[in-house]
Ligand binder design. Sequence first.
Ligand code: C2E
Ligand code: CA
Ligand code: CA
Ligand code: CA
Length: 279
Amino acid sequence: AKEQGKNQYCLFESYMSTKLLEKYQLEEDLRHALDRNEFILYYQPQIDIMTGKMVGVEALIRWFHPNKGCISPAKFIPLAEETGLIVPIGEWVIRTACKQSTAWRKKGFSDVRVSVNLSAKQFQQPDFVEMIMKIIKETGMKPELLDLEITESLAMLDIELTKKILLKLRNMNINISLDDFGTGYSSLNYLKQLPINTVKIDKTFVDNITVDASQQTIAKAVIDLSHNMALQVIAEGVETWDQFSFLKFQKCDKVQGYLFSRPLSLEEIENILEQDKGF
Ligand code: C2E
Ligand code: CA
Ligand code: CA
Ligand code: CA
C-alpha cells in the first residue's frame, strides 16, 4: 500500500509538472503571438429585436497558434491577464476594432456599433483613457460607434475609480455596456451610480428563460429596472426562437446568439454588411 501511495504521488507529480510545463510553454508562445500576427478578430452580430436588423457586432479575439490551431480566449485570456500581456493584447484589440469600423464606414456600410471586451488590468492602467483617446484619433474612429464592455466584477473592484473613468469615456461619447450581468453579486440599484448605457443579460439566465419561472422573473425584472434607469438591454447566448419570443415580449432591446449567428470572420461579416447595404 505504501509503494502504491508513492507511485500515485509520482504520477501526480509528473502530471502536475506536465501541466506546468504546458502552461509555461503556452505563456512563452503568448509572449510572441502579437509580433507574429497570430491574433485575429471575429465579429458576432447584435440584432435589434424589433427590426431584426444587425445594429452592432461584438469583437471576439481568436488566437491561431502555429501548431495548436485555434485556441479559445476562455483559455488564453486568463493567462494573458495573469502575465500582464493583456495590456498590449487588449490595446491591439481596440485598435484593430476601431480601424475596422472606420474601414466599414468608408465602404459605406450603415453605421454598425463595435463592442470590445475589456479586462480589469487594462482598465486599471493609469493611462487607459489617454490610450483610448489616442487610438480614436489615430484610426478616425467615430466614438459613438464604439462600445466598451466591462464586467460587473471589474466595475465593482474600485467603484470610485470606475466611476471616474466611465465619466471620462462618456464625455467622449463612447458607450459602455455592463457584460455578463447577473453573474456577480451587485444589484442594478447599486450600479445606478455608474454612467453605463447598456446592460448585457448573461447567457446563464437566457439558457433557462423558457423553462424556469424564477429565471423569467429575474430577466423581466432586469429588463424593467434597466428601462426605468434609461438603460438599453441586450441578451447574450440566445439560441432558440422560444427564448427570442420571450425576450421580445418583455421588450428586451437587442439579442446576440447562435440563433442568429456565431462569431464570424471578417470576410463573413462583410458579406452580411454588403447584403444589408442593399436595403
Ligand atoms: P463574453 O464576453 O461573454 O463573450 C460571449 C461568448 O459567448 C463568446 O465566446 C461567444 O462566441 C459565445 N457565444 C455567443 N453566442 C452564443 C450562443 O448562442 N451560445 C453559446 N454557447 N455561446 C455563445 P468566445 O468568443 O469564446 O469568448 C469567450 C470569452 O473570452 C468572452 O466572453 C470574453 O470574456 C473573453 N474575450 C473574448 N475576446 C476578448 C477580448 O478581446 N478581450 C478580452 N479581455 N476578453 C475577451
Ligand atoms: Ca462580452
Ligand atoms: Ca458576455
Ligand atoms: Ca458570458
